[in-house]
Ligand binder design. Structure first.
Ligand SMILES: NC(=O)c1ccc[n+]([C@@H]2O[C@H](COP(=O)([O-])OP(=O)(O)OC[C@H]3O[C@@H](n4cnc5c(N)ncnc54)[C@H](OP(=O)(O)O)[C@@H]3O)[C@@H](O)[C@H]2O)c1
Length: 277
């Protein structure tokens, strides 16, 4: 029996991400609707979620906190303080409090919640909405039971990874969460180049999607090989692929990515300053 089967899970906010998680955990039988409760700022959305999924609700965030074993904060960063600050005294030591909010650092959570409540920061990318997300979590504790609970809770929306400190969390946020946006940027250049040769936009995008999909499938089917091993199978000395790769190295494509990722990390840190207790 799942360790979650006897717990009440309360979501503060029933927006896009909370609903994606809800759909996945219910369809994978990780929780039953009777275990899940929501609050939301606008009443209409809350009513819709209740009637669609058969979950419960509370009128206020304080009531939800009081009735939950695990509280999941799923509001936008700009709404975080209003949603949580008035109710921090309600958090209990036996609870797990998970923040999904981007831009709210773990240290901010820690300074807000002074009880020894188990606090966890979780980030996922948007592929969570199709159960193919990559989920990272950090809680600054040596607590395998807590790791297992988080993995169980989020495994239905994607692969779950434990991160060891806030720097790893920041790098994860950029490479994996913003990463989806970066992948689409690269796919766009790729498809546009094909279009310049007369292939329609629709076909170009499909060809590129299938190329990326094929590369991922090769990786999945050859788990013993590294990226560079698989790449070397495409490259022959003085061949076509080698010519393209040599140019990419000369143009320092790796530097373009590295600098861009670092700029995104800097922006993440800047945004964190706007959410202070
Ligand atoms: N969507 C994703 O895939 C994704 C990925 C990574 C990270 N995130 C992070 O996850 C968080 C949620 O994102 P989202 O896309 O789900 O946002 P969203 O769709 O805007 O949902 C946020 C929900 O919180 C509700 N809310 C605001 N203040 C509240 C309060 N005081 N009490 C209760 N509910 C309140 C809002 O109510 P209203 O109905 O009034 O708007 C809204 O339904 C954000 O911090 C975001 O950065 C999301």
């Amino acid at each position: 029996m799942s360790t979650l089967s006897k717990l009440n899970i309360g979501f503060i906010g029933c927006g896009n991400l909370a609903q994606s998680i809800l759909k996945s955990i219910l369809s994978n039988n990780i929780l039953s609707p009777s275990q899940v409760f929501f609050t939301n700022r606008s009443e209409n959305k809350l009513k819709k979620v209740k009637s669609e999924f058969g979950v419960g609700s509370f009128a206020g965030n304080d009531e939800l906190i009081d009735h939950s074993d695990i509280v999941i904060i799923a509001v936008k960063p700009q709404d975080f303080m209003e949603a949580i600050e008035p109710y921090v005294a309600n958090f209990r030591e036996d609870q797990i409090v998970i923040s999904l909010a981007a831009g709210v650092p773990f240290t901010t959570l820690k300074s807000l919640v002074t009880t020894s409540t188990r606090l966890v920061r979780v980030m996922t990318n948007t592929a969570a909405s199709v159960s193919q997300g990559v989920v990272g979590f950090y809680h600054a504790r040596d607590d395998e039971a807590l790791d297992a609970t988080i993995e169980q809770l989020f495994s239905s929306i994607g692969e779950v990874y434990a991160l060891q400190n806030e720097d790893e969390f920041a790098a994860f946020t950029v490479a994996v969460c913003s990463g989806i946006g970066f992948v689409f940027e690269v796919m766009t250049y790729w498809a546009e180049w094909l279009e310049q040769y007369g292939i329609s936009k629709e076909i170009s995008e499909k060809m590129i999607k299938d190329t990326f999909k094929g590369a991922v499938s090769l990786l999945e089917k050859n788990k013993n090989l590294e990226l560079t091993d698989l790449q070397s199978k495409v490259v022959s000395k003085k061949g076509v692929t080698q010519a393209g790769l040599t140019s990419m190295h000369e143009l320092e494509l790796d530097r373009v990515f590295r600098v861009s990722f670092e700029k995104a990390v800097m922006r993440d840190k800047e945004l964190e300053k706007f959410v202070t207790p």
